[in-house]
Design a binder for this molecule. Sequence first.
Ligand code: SF4
Length: 348
Amino acid sequence: MSAGIDTYNIQGLEELVAGLGQPRFRAMQLFEWLYGHGAVSYDQMTNLPAVLREELARVAPLQVPELVDKRISADGTHKYIMQLADGALVETVGIPNDTQDAAEGVGRLSVCVSSQVGCAMACRFCATGQEGFTRNLTPGEMAWQVLCVARDFDMRASNVVIMGQGEPFLNYDAVLSALRILNHPKGPGIGARHMTLSTCGITKGIERFSTEDEQFRLAVSLHSAQQNVRNELMPGCASAPLKALKNALLGYQAQTGRRVSFEYLLIDSVNDGADAQAALIAYCAGLKAHVNLLPINAVEGSSYKPATKARMHEWEQALAAAGVETSIRTSRGADIAGACGQLKNSRE
Ligand code: SF4
């Protein structure tokens, strides 16, 4: 079977069109139909010659993901299950924010995108980590998640976080291609600084990401600055020790000058003690980092419980007093199986 049009990045579309004997500008017309207008069929692409549309349908079928389930949280978050052309299911989350975009005067919409079907990293607190890895997503499958959510909200997506199912740096090329599609002015045109890639700490990926031209942002799921606790919570990361991770982040900052966000799920009696706090403060020393403290969502069958609100505030104050920029983030969509992979698993 021919690879779908979703497997092509921008350069690949140019080569595809050239290979079909068409001038280069046709590739950008095709791109604009796919990612600017969100076309679901080649028949819609009326300014492309019929013969090209027929050839494209033959050599690179266009099969957009189908939205098969949607839950709406009391806080306005939408969680979606998309079915891909091969039947695989992935989760995507749309998070509206009433804050006005200063430049455009409109509300903001963040889309949390999955980069893989399943995940090999096996983090113990994560429903996706329990299901194992199935396959990488293509650039188009990631970009379409954003288009689909924007269409459902009937508003432009202002922010993208590659923080859904999967470890993006284990699908590096396709993820970067998706970010470039989303960034392109003839596509959704989302600013690079409004797109964040979240890794659990793949050091080779961080090193490579340091060399990219665009100002995409980097977040790291840290969850513990103590090696033994982190190994327990995130066994897939044990081969990249915290020291190597910090060195990679120092290199990233030396190269880009950009700040890194640390995601830290506070789990009662696991990583919320005084020693854990001191370890995190020490880990942030020398880094331009912003720590986001999050309550863990309860996952069925897991013994992990969220730290108390009082504990979270105590951490926020202690980190701030130590000069570490910190925010408490509320967990959006907790009433609709908010944790990554939960809705999909419950559906399956
Ligand atoms: S938290 Fe992220 S990296 Fe860890 S298993 Fe889940 S999807 Fe994979």
